[in-house]
Write a protein that binds this ligand. Structure first.
Ligand code: GTP
Length: 399
């Protein structure tokens, strides 16, 4: 064998060895983000760490369409490379006083109830027809038959005994009675603090399109504003974009998302991995988003029970939040009941309360389910989720 041949052989062997080594390194790096026994299905997506904090996008003007294209004259446009940007973190609005801040939105859609009631009650000499009108107004606001009867009964007694028609006095009664129905004594805290040596676990459920993913993203912001370490779990593996959507919410406030690489992956397995990662990460709380499901599809409700059971193999669940679209009325009540049977609901999130004059649903759903409304969604903006405050709510309704 010539010297040249053996040189070639050495070169070939060295190249093969180098390529094999490179392959091993790439494999290790890629595998680095995967977790536990289910490492082939989920990854934890950590957001970039960032030195700069900015206010949320919500109120910032968006770049005009066509930005990045520069007209260099003569009708010729060339693409301009965008300036490299430093990834930035948003600073979410503090949770305190959010409902007061959003009160105008609540009032805009629900003031009509208060105004109609006050007009009727202050009109003096209330006859049967007027009381029926009061009842209708309350029913239209989705207060429910039982609570409506109760409220009208109490107001009738007070009007009979006192006979007052002074609008301010009547307003005071209405405020008192509505507040009693909303029940300020209920514990509305969201369980989001570490329990012993483990993170709190929050599971978010509901039918399609009620606003679950949006709520999880907004809730993460509420908790980040309270300086909590949050991990998100994208167990909505049914809708392709849901995990991306959730991850984007997380990245905006520096929160990692545990998600599957594979569309249609087992949601229980992703939920399990999310809780596991949150434990390893020593997070304060993990919030698991689930796919929207119709309450009348038994298979899907079984799947949800399985997600719950599988998480519980690893950690107790501290909070199961049912997201209800406030505009769905009685159908929403039925959903609430069925979900309540499948998983033990501990709190309600009423989304889209900004677009409906049906604020009475707060009372109705609490009674039917026996669990408190803990959060309300009042818009599509990132900070349009507020802890539910009974007093601010009633004040917004009656003006
Ligand atoms: N006006 C208003 N819109 C909301 C609110 N919450 C959510 N939405 C909108 O509702 C739509 C559905 O929200 P998603 O979070 O994608 O709903 P989802 O329940 O996760 O959907 P599925 O996963 O398909 O079941 C989006 O357009 C949200 O912006 C709210 O409080 N007010």
């Amino acid at each position: 064998m010539s010297g040249v041949d053996s040189l070639w052989e050495i070169l070939v062997v060295a190249t093969v060895v180098a390529l094999a080594g490179l392959a091993v390194i790439v494999g290790l790096v890629r595998g680095g983000g995967k977790r536990g026994g289910k490492s082939d299905t989920t990854t934890i997506e950590r957001p970039p760490t960032t030195p700069v904090e900015v206010e949320p996008d919500g109120d910032r003007p968006q770049p005009p369409p066509g930005e990045g294209v520069e007209d260099i004259g003569g009708g010729v446009a060339v693409e301009v490379e965008p300036e490299p940007t430093t990834p930035t973190l948003e600073r979410p609005a503090s949770a305190r006083g959010r409902l007061a801040r959003l009160r105008a939105r609540l009032a805009r859609s629900n003031n009509a109830i208060g105004n109609a009631l006050l007009a009727l009650l202050s009109s003096g000499g209330l006859d049967e027809q007027s009381w029926e009108d009061v009842e209708d107004t309350l029913l239209q606001a989705d207060l429910g038959v039982e609570a409506t009867d109760e409220l009208v009964g109490k107001l009738r007694t007070r009007v009979q005994v006192d006979g007052a028609t002074d609008p301010e006095v009547v307003k005071g009664w209405l405020r008192e009675e509505l507040l009693a129905l909303v029940d300020p004594s209920m514990d509305r805290r969201v369980a989001a603090s570490r329990v012993g040596d483990r993170p709190a676990v929050i599971l978010v459920v509901g039918v399609n399109g009620t606003g679950k993913t949006t709520t999880v993203g907004k809730l993460a912001r509420v908790l980040v504003a309270e300086d909590k370490d949050v991990v998100l779990g994208a167990a909505d593996t049914f809708r392709a974009a849901a995990a991306d959507q959730l991850q984007t919410w997380g990245e905006r406030v520096g929160v990692p998302t545990v998600r599957s690489d594979r569309e249609g992956a087992d949601p229980a397995s992703v939920a399990f991995d999310a809780v596991k990662s949150a434990t390893e990460y020593e997070a304060d709380v993990v919030i698991v988003d689930t796919a929207g499901r119709l309450h009348n599809k038994a298979g899907l409700m079984d799947e949800l029970s399985k997600v719950k059971r599988v998480i519980e193999k690893q950690s107790p669940i501290d909070e199961v939040l049912l997201v209800l679209d406030a505009t769905t009325g009685q159908n929403g009540m039925r959903q609430a009941e069925v979900f309540g049977e499948a998983v033990n609901i501990t709190g309600i999130v009423l989304s889209k309360l900004d677009g409906t004059a049906k604020g009475g649903i707060v009372v109705n759903v609490q009674r039917r389910l026996g669990v408190p409304v803990k959060l309300v969604g009042l818009g599509e903006g990132p900070d349009d989720l507020a802890p539910f405050d009974p007093e601010a709510f009633v004040d917004a309704i009656i003006g």
